[in-house]
Design a protein around this ligand. Structure first.
Ligand SMILES: [Ca+2]
Ligand SMILES: [Ca+2]
Length: 232
């Protein structure tokens, strides 16, 4: 990992996990330990409420507010796609603006809460929901440069960089299955976002990826063609 990247990773980790302010905030509130047991998750896309964003550490706006998170997979091309939309403007972290995004998109690639780590958002629950899932691979939603988002396997370290596409209120990207331990693309996912000041919003539920429509069309077409061939 490059030094600057290490600093960024530490910055994110500090903001979300080990800041003294967060510890103080955390210890002052009851810890919610209940969550969704394995198997209780919703298919992508996940729609998050409007207006549920908040300044978790008491800092000022902007409060980045998640609208939707969509994770799909292409079993033929062996890619995992993600896209996020927001109710509020965002900017790349590298733009250095108040609405610059910092966050984490977390994947439980074996859909097993017994492997990996608890979601980052659980450290800020409440106000976020405490989710039961075992995170194995994360995408750091903060670009150090050129919209490149670091992908980290919690067992292996950095595995690659996603070239993200930023819009005024959205971002999207994709990563090869090789970066998620040659998984089948079926993953559980959660996300938490915020600014340099504080976390502001997170998913209320665990989502799971579904095949992307184009692939679904190809698979159905191929299936029908095969059935047509067999019926001759
Ligand atoms: Ca929201
Ligand atoms: Ca897991």
């Amino acid at each position: 990992m490059k030094p600057a990247r290490t600093i960024l990773a530490l910055l994110v980790a500090t903001m979300f996990a080990v800041s003294a302010v967060a510890d103080e905030w955390w210890s002052s509130r009851a810890i919610v330990t209940s969550g969704s047991p394995d198997g209780e998750s919703l298919p992508s896309p996940i729609v998050d409420p409007l207006g549920d964003a908040t300044g978790v550490l008491g800092g000022p706006p902007p409060f980045l507010d998640i609208d939707t998170i969509d994770v799909t997979y292409d079993p033929l091309g062996r890619n995992l796609f993600f896209s996020m939309t927001f109710h509020t403007p965002i900017a790349p972290f590298s733009a250095g603006r108040p609405e610059s995004l910092i966050g984490i998109l977390e994947f439980d690639i074996d859909q097993n809460s017994a492997t990996g780590q608890a979601p980052i958002q659980n450290q800020f629950s409440p106000p976020f929901a405490s989710l039961r899932t075992g995170v194995d691979v994360i995408v750091i939603l903060a670009d150090e440069r050129q919209a490149l988002l670091e992908v980290i396997d919690l067992n292996r370290g950095t595995v690659g960089e996603v070239k993200a596409i930023f819009g005024p209120m959205s971002l999207a990207g994709s990563l090869p299955f090789e970066w998620i331990r040659n998984d089948d693309g079926i993953v559980d996912f959660t996300a938490a976002v915020g600014t340099l000041v504080q976390p502001t919003d997170a998913m209320d539920v665990v989502g799971y990826s579904v095949p992307e429509p184009g692939t679904l069309f190809l698979l159905v077409t191929a299936g029908l063609a095969f059935l047509g061939y067999r019926s001759r």
